[in-house]
Design a protein around this ligand. Structure first.
Ligand code: NAP
Ligand code: MG
Length: 508
């Protein structure tokens, strides 16, 4: 079959490649939820379609969880937390179990990468070298914290020494509900579950309705890794029903959410009723700034990768490109020169670097922004259109002649669309870069260290990259300034957000 395909396939064909037997097996499964280490049927028959964005065709079904399904998962997590079957384990045992889950994902890396490609539309090559290894990394990094997290002995400042013994204990926060988006499903799932598990929490994971396959496949390995029942529960379904139920549930102690700023604000409001702990990783409109002395041969492809990777569906996308007037044309030509590399292809094509967008809705939204940009007076330097195909492809697009008040400049497009602007000096570009309600990330391209540090200190962003983009590491805190988020994930701060502090003062 593979040979036939190789012979008949046109070089520029957008026809999807065949699925492997392993992927077909996963897609053919009966929709079910993972609760208490068992696959269970929903209390009602509602399902959601699993679609391959490279073809626009239905390839499977998942459960659209009912309120009763969500309640059942929360009850399982609550019991598992309250009886201490997980939080009271020796930390090194928790560490080993989390690492075992990482090993099992790694052992099935090719299958996970293929499922991610089918579900999200992302190139299988990138899924193999980015998504799956990063997911394994998140688990392994946080596993190590299980045995390192602790409290401290602290003397009161107002009492004579030796009259009391006081200490600060760190305890797991309890049951965490974790709601994630569709752009990096397995990374988002592991980024969320790893600190919760290492801290001793139990959890309910709700993947995005469009992309639940890898979270469900991960659940297959939970019991084998050694997690007791009820520690990890996976509930698929709609955000406004299943997600909302989790956010308002009285037995959930913490909400960790990654997604749009709009839904993040809603979740924050809805979690207030029970005053849950909340961490939010939200949208962005990140600037990439190319200073006049930058190496254009590196900066131009860097700026292209910053926006076209994952079809621009990444919260840290470098979607506003600021280039010094003296090199503007050269940099734009350099970005345009990469569009052959980023030409959309079906996700299972081994040659693909950019796939389709995740859904028709997302494609329509992105095309709508491009149309709005044109109406507002922006010009298209390259792209601006979509290949004729059933899949949700959009060509890499650069918009120039844009103004600060245009929707394409202000709003998160979440597609392969960059707006490029000229600037004259550092203070001007810092001000323009900060002129956004978002503050997730920023990139600076310069050879001058002084310029790099001066600009880095002026930018209001949770992460600043110098001469690179999108380098994310579990050891460094990740999160947003302003409306890009609330709290930090990863690193020590990430696991600490799954804990409560308890001060104990004992009179001697
Ligand atoms: P979204 O619409 O905000 O959805 C994210 C998750 O929240 C999904 O699981 C969704 O369920 C659920 N949800 C929706 N409404 C809810 C509600 N009322 N209560 C509880 N849960 C609810 O975001 P998306 O469209 O999937 O992802 C794109 C957005 O995520 C972009 O804006 C992007 O910037 C942001 N993002 C941010 C980061 C970051 O780290 N900062 C990372 C990735 C993406 P459904 O599946 O049913 O919609
Ligand atoms: Mg899908």
């Amino acid at each position: 079959m593979a040979m036939v395909q190789a012979v008949t396939r046109q070089a520029d064909s957008l026809a999807q490649f065949d699925y492997s037997p392993a992927a077909k097996r996963v897609l053919a499964r009966k929709p079910a939820l993972f609760i208490n280490n068992e696959w269970v049927r929903s209390t009602h028959g509602a399902t959601l379609v699993v679609e391959d964005p490279s073809t626009g065709k239905e390839v499977g079904r998942i459960v659209d969880a009912s309120d009763a399904d969500v309640d059942r998962a929360v009850a399982a997590a609550r019991t598992a937390f309250d009886d201490g079957r997980w939080s009271n384990l020796p930390p090194n045992k928790r560490e080993r179990i989390i690492n075992k889950l990482a090993d099992l994902i790694e052992a099935h890396a090719a299958e996970f990468a293929e499922l991610e490609a089918i579900d999200v539309g992302k190139p299988v090559g990138f899924a193999s070298v980015v998504d799956i290894p990063a997911s394994v990394d998140h688990l392994r990094y946080m596993a190590g914290w299980a045995s390192k997290l602790g409290g401290e002995v602290m003397d009161p400042q107002s009492l004579p020494r030796g009259t009391v013994f006081s200490y600060v204990a760190r305890e797991p926060v309890g049951v965490a509900a974790q709601i994630v988006p569709w752009n990096f499903p397995l990374i988002m799932a592991t980024l969320k579950i790893s600190p919760a598990l290492a801290a001793g929490c139990t959890l309910i994971l709700k993947p995005a309705e469009q992309t639940s396959l890898t979270a469900l496949r991960l659940a297959d390995f939970v019991a084998e890794a050694g997690f007791p029942p009820g520690v990890i529960n996976v509930v698929t379904g709609n955000g406004h029903t299943a997600g909302d139920r989790l956010v308002k549930h009285p037995d959930v102690d913490k909400i960790a959410f990654t997604g749009s700023t709009e839904v993040g604000k809603l979740i924050n409001r809805n979690a207030t009723g029970t005053l849950k702990r909340v961490t939010l990783e939200l949208g962005g409109k990140s600037p990439v700034i190319v200073m006049p002395d930058a190496n254009v041969e590196e900066a131009a492809p860097g700026a292209a990768g910053a926006i076209f990777f994952n079809s621009g569906q990444i919260c840290i996308a470098g979607s506003r490109l600021f280039v010094h007037r003296s090199i503007f044309d050269r940099v734009i030509e350099g970005v345009a020169a990469t569009t052959g590399f980023w030409k959309p292809r079906p996700s299972l094509d081994p040659q693909a670097h950019m796939g389709p967008l995740v859904s028709k809705e997302q494609k329509d939204k992105v095309m709508g922004y491009i149309a709005a940009g044109k109406r507002d007076g922006a010009s298209i330097a390259i792209g601006g259109d979509a290949p004729a195909a059933d899949g949700y492809y959009v060509n890499p697009t650069i918009l120039v002649n844009v103004k600060a008040n245009m929707s394409v400049v202000r709003e998160e497009i979440f597609g392969p669309v960059v707006v490029a602007q000229r600037f004259d000096d550092l203070d001007e570009v810092a001000k323009a870069a900060n002129d956004s309600c978002y503050g997730l990330a920023a990139g600076i391209w310069t050879k001058d260290l002084k310029t790099m540090h001066r600009l880095a200190s002026k930018l209001k962003a949770g992460t600043v990259w110098g001469n690179c983009h999108a380098v994310i590491d579990p050891a460094l805190p990740f999160g947003g300034y302003k409306q890009s988020g609330f709290g930090r994930e990863q690193a020590r701060q990430g696991i600490e957000s799954y804990t409560e502090l308890k001060s104990v003062i004992i009179q001697l």
